[in-house]
Design a protein around this ligand. Structure first.
Ligand code: SAH
Length: 229
Protein backbone atom coordinates (compact mmCIF):
# COMPACT_ATOMS: atom_id res chain seq x y z
CA UNK A 1 0.00 0.00 0.00
CA UNK A 2 1.35 3.42 -0.98
CA UNK A 3 1.77 5.67 2.04
CA UNK A 4 2.35 9.39 2.29
CA UNK A 5 3.57 10.84 5.57
CA UNK A 6 2.98 14.54 5.95
CA UNK A 7 4.96 16.62 8.45
CA UNK A 8 3.06 19.78 9.23
CA UNK A 9 2.34 22.49 11.79
CA UNK A 10 -1.35 22.23 10.88
CA UNK A 11 -2.40 18.58 11.14
CA UNK A 12 -6.06 19.61 11.23
CA UNK A 13 -5.79 20.48 7.52
CA UNK A 14 -5.50 16.76 6.64
CA UNK A 15 -6.88 14.76 4.97
CA UNK A 16 -8.72 17.89 3.74
CA UNK A 17 -9.66 17.49 0.08
CA UNK A 18 -7.85 14.15 0.00
CA UNK A 19 -10.45 12.65 2.32
CA UNK A 20 -13.48 12.97 0.03
CA UNK A 21 -14.94 11.33 -3.05
CA UNK A 22 -12.84 8.74 -4.82
CA UNK A 23 -9.94 9.23 -2.46
CA UNK A 24 -12.04 8.53 0.61
CA UNK A 25 -13.16 5.26 -0.96
CA UNK A 26 -9.58 4.42 -1.88
CA UNK A 27 -8.48 5.10 1.70
CA UNK A 28 -11.22 2.81 3.00
CA UNK A 29 -10.17 0.12 0.52
CA UNK A 30 -6.61 0.54 1.76
CA UNK A 31 -5.29 1.39 -1.69
CA UNK A 32 -3.29 4.14 -0.04
CA UNK A 33 -2.79 5.65 3.39
CA UNK A 34 -2.01 9.02 4.84
CA UNK A 35 -0.15 9.65 8.09
CA UNK A 36 -0.01 13.09 9.55
CA UNK A 37 2.77 14.13 11.91
CA UNK A 38 2.48 17.30 13.94
CA UNK A 39 5.94 18.90 13.96
CA UNK A 40 4.97 20.85 17.08
CA UNK A 41 4.87 17.61 19.06
CA UNK A 42 8.67 17.61 18.79
CA UNK A 43 9.17 21.13 20.13
CA UNK A 44 11.44 21.51 23.15
CA UNK A 45 9.59 24.09 25.25
CA UNK A 46 6.17 24.32 26.75
CA UNK A 47 5.07 26.92 24.20
CA UNK A 48 5.76 24.37 21.43
CA UNK A 49 8.00 26.79 19.55
CA UNK A 50 9.26 25.47 16.21
CA UNK A 51 10.79 28.57 14.65
CA UNK A 52 13.29 31.29 15.43
CA UNK A 53 14.72 34.48 13.94
CA UNK A 54 17.18 34.13 11.04
CA UNK A 55 20.92 34.41 11.66
CA UNK A 56 22.24 37.37 9.69
CA UNK A 57 19.03 39.28 10.24
CA UNK A 58 16.10 39.86 7.96
CA UNK A 59 12.37 39.60 8.29
CA UNK A 60 10.33 36.58 9.25
CA UNK A 61 11.07 33.39 11.09
CA UNK A 62 12.81 30.15 10.14
CA UNK A 63 11.79 26.63 11.13
CA UNK A 64 14.45 25.05 13.34
CA UNK A 65 16.47 22.15 11.95
CA UNK A 66 16.70 20.27 15.24
CA UNK A 67 12.95 20.14 15.83
CA UNK A 68 11.97 19.17 12.31
CA UNK A 69 14.79 16.58 12.28
CA UNK A 70 13.44 15.00 15.43
CA UNK A 71 9.99 14.68 13.88
CA UNK A 72 11.54 13.00 10.81
CA UNK A 73 13.92 10.70 12.67
CA UNK A 74 11.21 9.38 14.98
CA UNK A 75 8.74 8.68 12.19
CA UNK A 76 10.72 7.58 9.15
CA UNK A 77 11.94 4.08 9.84
CA UNK A 78 12.93 3.11 6.31
CA UNK A 79 15.90 5.31 5.45
CA UNK A 80 15.44 4.66 1.71
CA UNK A 81 12.14 6.50 1.59
CA UNK A 82 12.47 9.87 -0.11
CA UNK A 83 11.90 13.00 1.94
CA UNK A 84 10.47 15.94 0.07
CA UNK A 85 10.46 19.53 1.26
CA UNK A 86 7.89 21.61 -0.57
CA UNK A 87 9.60 24.79 -1.59
CA UNK A 88 9.33 27.37 -4.37
CA UNK A 89 13.06 26.80 -4.92
CA UNK A 90 12.63 23.11 -5.71
CA UNK A 91 12.48 21.04 -8.86
CA UNK A 92 9.19 21.66 -10.64
CA UNK A 93 6.64 18.91 -9.99
CA UNK A 94 5.15 17.29 -13.08
CA UNK A 95 3.29 14.21 -14.27
CA UNK A 96 6.49 12.27 -14.96
CA UNK A 97 7.68 12.89 -11.42
CA UNK A 98 4.28 11.88 -10.02
CA UNK A 99 4.64 8.53 -11.80
CA UNK A 100 8.20 8.04 -10.69
CA UNK A 101 7.51 8.76 -7.05
CA UNK A 102 4.61 6.31 -6.89
CA UNK A 103 7.13 3.48 -6.66
CA UNK A 104 8.09 4.48 -3.10
CA UNK A 105 6.34 5.68 0.01
CA UNK A 106 7.00 9.36 0.51
CA UNK A 107 7.55 11.80 3.32
CA UNK A 108 6.53 15.39 2.78
CA UNK A 109 7.54 18.37 4.89
CA UNK A 110 5.25 21.38 4.71
CA UNK A 111 7.18 24.56 5.35
CA UNK A 112 5.98 27.83 6.87
CA UNK A 113 7.34 31.29 7.58
CA UNK A 114 10.54 31.92 5.57
CA UNK A 115 11.28 28.22 5.25
CA UNK A 116 13.53 25.73 7.05
CA UNK A 117 17.13 25.91 8.29
CA UNK A 118 19.32 24.82 5.35
CA UNK A 119 21.26 22.30 7.48
CA UNK A 120 18.19 20.10 7.79
CA UNK A 121 17.91 19.85 4.01
CA UNK A 122 21.57 18.84 3.74
CA UNK A 123 21.82 16.35 6.60
CA UNK A 124 18.63 14.44 5.84
CA UNK A 125 19.10 14.21 2.07
CA UNK A 126 15.92 16.13 1.42
CA UNK A 127 14.70 16.84 -2.07
CA UNK A 128 13.10 20.24 -2.69
CA UNK A 129 10.00 20.15 -4.87
CA UNK A 130 8.01 23.12 -6.13
CA UNK A 131 4.49 23.07 -7.51
CA UNK A 132 5.06 26.19 -9.61
CA UNK A 133 6.60 29.60 -9.89
CA UNK A 134 4.59 31.36 -7.21
CA UNK A 135 4.89 31.64 -3.45
CA UNK A 136 2.35 30.10 -1.09
CA UNK A 137 2.09 30.84 2.63
CA UNK A 138 2.66 27.21 3.56
CA UNK A 139 3.37 23.78 2.13
CA UNK A 140 0.04 22.12 2.98
CA UNK A 141 -1.79 23.06 -0.19
CA UNK A 142 1.26 22.01 -2.21
CA UNK A 143 1.16 18.67 -0.36
CA UNK A 144 -2.46 18.20 -1.45
CA UNK A 145 -1.36 18.84 -5.01
CA UNK A 146 1.42 16.28 -4.90
CA UNK A 147 -0.59 13.59 -3.18
CA UNK A 148 -3.66 14.18 -5.36
CA UNK A 149 -1.62 13.79 -8.56
CA UNK A 150 0.04 10.62 -7.28
CA UNK A 151 -2.94 8.81 -5.72
CA UNK A 152 -4.99 8.89 -8.90
CA UNK A 153 -2.23 6.85 -10.58
CA UNK A 154 -2.59 3.99 -8.08
CA UNK A 155 -4.29 1.06 -9.83
CA UNK A 156 -7.90 0.75 -8.71
CA UNK A 157 -8.30 4.32 -7.45
CA UNK A 158 -9.96 5.63 -10.61
CA UNK A 159 -12.86 3.59 -11.91
CA UNK A 160 -11.44 3.14 -15.38
CA UNK A 161 -7.70 2.79 -15.87
CA UNK A 162 -8.09 3.53 -19.59
CA UNK A 163 -8.98 7.06 -18.66
CA UNK A 164 -5.39 7.58 -17.52
CA UNK A 165 -3.84 6.59 -20.82
CA UNK A 166 -5.52 9.23 -22.92
CA UNK A 167 -5.00 12.07 -20.54
CA UNK A 168 -3.27 15.37 -20.85
CA UNK A 169 0.55 15.02 -20.66
CA UNK A 170 0.47 11.39 -21.74
CA UNK A 171 2.49 11.32 -24.95
CA UNK A 172 3.15 15.07 -24.44
CA UNK A 173 -0.31 15.99 -25.73
CA UNK A 174 -3.13 17.92 -24.09
CA UNK A 175 -6.44 16.09 -23.95
CA UNK A 176 -9.12 16.49 -26.64
CA UNK A 177 -12.41 18.23 -25.66
CA UNK A 178 -15.03 16.17 -23.84
CA UNK A 179 -18.81 16.20 -24.24
CA UNK A 180 -21.79 14.58 -22.56
CA UNK A 181 -25.60 14.71 -22.69
CA UNK A 182 -27.60 16.57 -23.80
CA UNK A 183 -26.30 16.31 -27.37
CA UNK A 184 -27.76 19.76 -28.14
CA UNK A 185 -27.49 22.49 -25.54
CA UNK A 186 -27.97 26.26 -25.95
CA UNK A 187 -27.97 25.84 -29.75
CA UNK A 188 -24.66 24.05 -29.53
CA UNK A 189 -24.42 20.58 -31.02
CA UNK A 190 -21.89 17.95 -29.96
CA UNK A 191 -19.42 17.29 -32.83
CA UNK A 192 -21.18 14.90 -35.22
CA UNK A 193 -18.35 12.38 -35.32
CA UNK A 194 -18.76 11.59 -31.59
CA UNK A 195 -22.33 10.43 -32.22
CA UNK A 196 -21.36 8.32 -35.23
CA UNK A 197 -20.37 5.17 -33.37
CA UNK A 198 -17.38 4.84 -35.72
CA UNK A 199 -14.57 4.18 -33.25
CA UNK A 200 -11.71 4.57 -35.72
CA UNK A 201 -13.03 7.92 -36.87
CA UNK A 202 -13.57 9.07 -33.29
CA UNK A 203 -10.01 8.12 -32.43
CA UNK A 204 -8.68 10.11 -35.39
CA UNK A 205 -10.80 13.11 -34.52
CA UNK A 206 -9.63 13.07 -30.92
CA UNK A 207 -5.99 12.82 -31.92
CA UNK A 208 -6.29 15.69 -34.36
CA UNK A 209 -8.01 17.82 -31.69
CA UNK A 210 -5.26 16.99 -29.19
CA UNK A 211 -2.61 17.93 -31.71
CA UNK A 212 -4.35 21.16 -32.62
CA UNK A 213 -4.79 22.29 -29.01
CA UNK A 214 -1.26 21.32 -28.02
CA UNK A 215 0.29 23.11 -30.98
CA UNK A 216 -1.61 26.31 -30.23
CA UNK A 217 -1.42 26.37 -26.45
CA UNK A 218 1.81 24.63 -25.57
CA UNK A 219 4.60 25.00 -28.09
CA UNK A 220 6.98 23.42 -25.54
CA UNK A 221 4.95 20.19 -25.37
CA UNK A 222 4.34 20.26 -29.11
CA UNK A 223 8.07 20.27 -29.79
CA UNK A 224 8.54 17.28 -27.51
CA UNK A 225 5.65 15.42 -29.12
CA UNK A 226 7.04 15.95 -32.63
CA UNK A 227 10.43 14.75 -31.49
CA UNK A 228 9.13 11.58 -29.78
CA UNK A 229 6.67 10.71 -32.53
N1 SAH B 1 11.00 32.56 1.84
C1 SAH B 1 10.76 31.50 0.94
C2 SAH B 1 9.26 31.28 0.75
C3 SAH B 1 8.58 30.67 1.93
S1 SAH B 1 6.91 30.34 1.62
C4 SAH B 1 11.39 31.83 -0.43
O1 SAH B 1 11.46 32.99 -0.76
O2 SAH B 1 11.76 30.89 -1.14
C5 SAH B 1 6.44 29.34 2.95
C6 SAH B 1 6.33 27.86 2.68
O3 SAH B 1 5.32 27.62 1.72
C7 SAH B 1 7.58 27.20 2.12
O4 SAH B 1 8.44 26.80 3.16
C8 SAH B 1 7.03 26.03 1.35
O5 SAH B 1 6.89 24.87 2.16
C9 SAH B 1 5.65 26.50 0.91
N2 SAH B 1 5.62 26.92 -0.50
C10 SAH B 1 5.53 28.18 -0.96
N3 SAH B 1 5.52 28.23 -2.30
C11 SAH B 1 5.61 26.96 -2.74
C12 SAH B 1 5.65 26.37 -4.03
N4 SAH B 1 5.60 27.08 -5.14
N5 SAH B 1 5.74 25.02 -4.10
C13 SAH B 1 5.80 24.27 -2.98
N6 SAH B 1 5.77 24.79 -1.72
C14 SAH B 1 5.67 26.12 -1.59
Amino acid sequence: MWTAKVFTLYPELFPGPLGSGLYKKALEKKLWSLEVINIRDYALDKHKTVDDTPFGGGSGMVMRADIVAKSLDKNILDKNEPIIYLSPKGKKFDQAYAKEILSKNINIICGHFEGIDQRLLETRNIKEVSIGDFVLSGGEIAAYVLIDAIVRLIPGVLGNSNSLEEETFEKSLLEYPQYTKPSKWEEKQVPEVLLSGDHAKIKDWRLSQSEYITRRRRPDLWKKYKKDK
